[in-house]
Ligand binder design. Structure first.
Ligand SMILES: [Zn+2]
Length: 421
């Protein structure tokens, strides 16, 4: 038996909207045994003094694309990098995310094969160190869609056609997608991710394009549910989100152009939204310096939709929606800088407790891991992080990790504000 006691300065437990003082956490092996002012002190118990820090559950990022090394190289990904290189990148992303206090990341697929399920397995088995991964290995998408990696080389039909055939879950028709879901589940997918609409980042489509038909989306959702997997969709507009909600989707990523009526429907049906504020923050807050780093086409789309992005963001923030915390960092920041989204939430006026709950208890529920992680209470896995800064006031607090533990094992913390810059 291995007992560890953490002495907390302040404690946010993922349950109560408060920072409790003078709390201790007693951990036995990989789980939390006791939480309180005076916990038991078993013989041989190791005591770790975190009294100068704010302790929280290990954070969870629900929207990570783990399988690239550097966002500046993404345009080269389609032709330069092998599948093995992407797997290495996913492992490195998980390692760095963990060192930053994010003990779990949900990998929502990549444009190419990346062996993310193998990375997940290697971490779970303890062969390599990294944040726990919850994985959808491939997007389910149509040719020419936001999920189609050959879009960027469409002016070369031979190359683009070749690349199209390398991606196992891209195709057309309900039968194709039923089969694709079954194969994803067979390989070990934790959940299913669909690209239902165009994007801002891809060159040849629009965020308003509907890229899967109703019968294709219905086939995906029904098959996934019959195999006990949840489905989340990359989707922007109210019209498409309404269709997905009526078809029984579990969650929506982005929802950045949603209207009031759609948001009410999502509230009624208890469908979660991971709003991923980070990638749109530059246009909403008009940060011209950051905007200038994006491609001209990307900038044009963002500027065209700015008013709607601002309006929908306000509606999402003012709603009673179940909001999850996810970064979606593929431009401007590295994918393991998971604390960036906290800055965005606080800068946009969201209460720190709503943001903290989203990144802990709510995300645990979204990932289907609410019995294991997301709160500091007896019986849960000992996933714990601690932070130097005032987490209620400082929007950079979750970029400055001072202590991290996953399943009772302590790892070396790294401040994202100092490292990798
Ligand atoms: Zn994404």
């Amino acid at each position: 038996m291995n007992d560890i006691k953490l002495i907390c300065g302040k404690l946010y437990d993922g349950i109560h909207d408060e920072l409790r003082e003078h709390q201790e956490i007693l951990i036995r092996d990989k789980r939390i045994l006791e939480v309180g002012k005076h916990t038991a002190q078993p013989a041989g118990c190791q005591v770790i003094d975190l009294s100068g820090l704010t302790v929280t559950p290990g954070m969870i990022d629900a929207h990570v694309h783990a399988s690239f090394f550097d966002w500046r190289e993404i345009p080269k990904d389609t032709v330069w990098y092998s599948d093995g290189m992407r797997a290495l990148a996913a492992a490195e992303c998980a390692r760095r995310a963990l060192s930053g206090g994010f003990t779990t990341i949900r990998h929502v697929g990549w444009f190419r094969e990346d062996y993310s399920l193998d990375v997940r397995r290697a971490i779970d088995r303890g062969f390599i160190q990294g944040a726990r991964m919850v994985v959808a290995p491939h997007f389910l998408c149509a040719p020419g869609s936001h999920g189609d990696p050959s879009q960027s080389v469409a002016s070369n039909p031979a190359l683009s056609g070749f690349l199209e055939r390398q991606y196992p879950t891209m195709g057309s028709g309900p039968e194709f997608f039923r089969d694709a879901v079954r194969h994803e589940v067979k390989l070990g997918a934790d959940f299913i991710k669909i690209m239902a609409t165009g994007g801002f980042f891809t060159p040849n489509d629009s965020p308003e394009d509907k890229q899967l038909s109703d019968d294709e989306m219905a086939a995906i959702i029904d098959t996934a549910h019959s195999l006990h997997r949840t489905v989340t969709a990359h989707a922007y507009t109210g019209e498409l989100i309404t269709t997905l909600a009526e078809l029984g989707i579990d969650g929506i990523e982005h929802a950045s152009l949603a209207d009031k009526k759609t948001i009410r429907l999502l509230e009624e049906k208890d469908i979660y939204v991971v709003p991923t504020l980070c990638p749109y923050d530059e246009i909403v807050l008009l940060d011209e310096e950051k905007l200038a780093e994006k491609s001209p086409e990307f900038q044009r789309k963002l500027r065209y939709y700015r008013d709607q992005l601002v309006e929908s963001r306000r509606l999402l923030i003012d709603s009673d929606l179940r909001l999850g915390y996810g970064t979606d960092l593929v431009v401007n920041y590295q994918n393991y800088e998971c604390g960036r989204e906290y800055s965005a939430w606080l800068r946009n006026g969201i209460s720190p407790y709503r943001a903290l709950k989203a990144a802990t208890a709510e995300n645990a529920r979204i990932l289907g891991l609410e019995n294991e992680i997301g709160t500091i209470e007896p019986g849960k896995l000992a996933d714990v992080a601690a932070w130097r800064r005032n987490i209620l006031k400082d929007d950079k607090a979750l970029l400055d990790c001072a202590f991290v533990m996953k399943e009772g094992v302590e790892y070396t913390p790294v401040s994202m504000l100092e490292a990798y810059r």
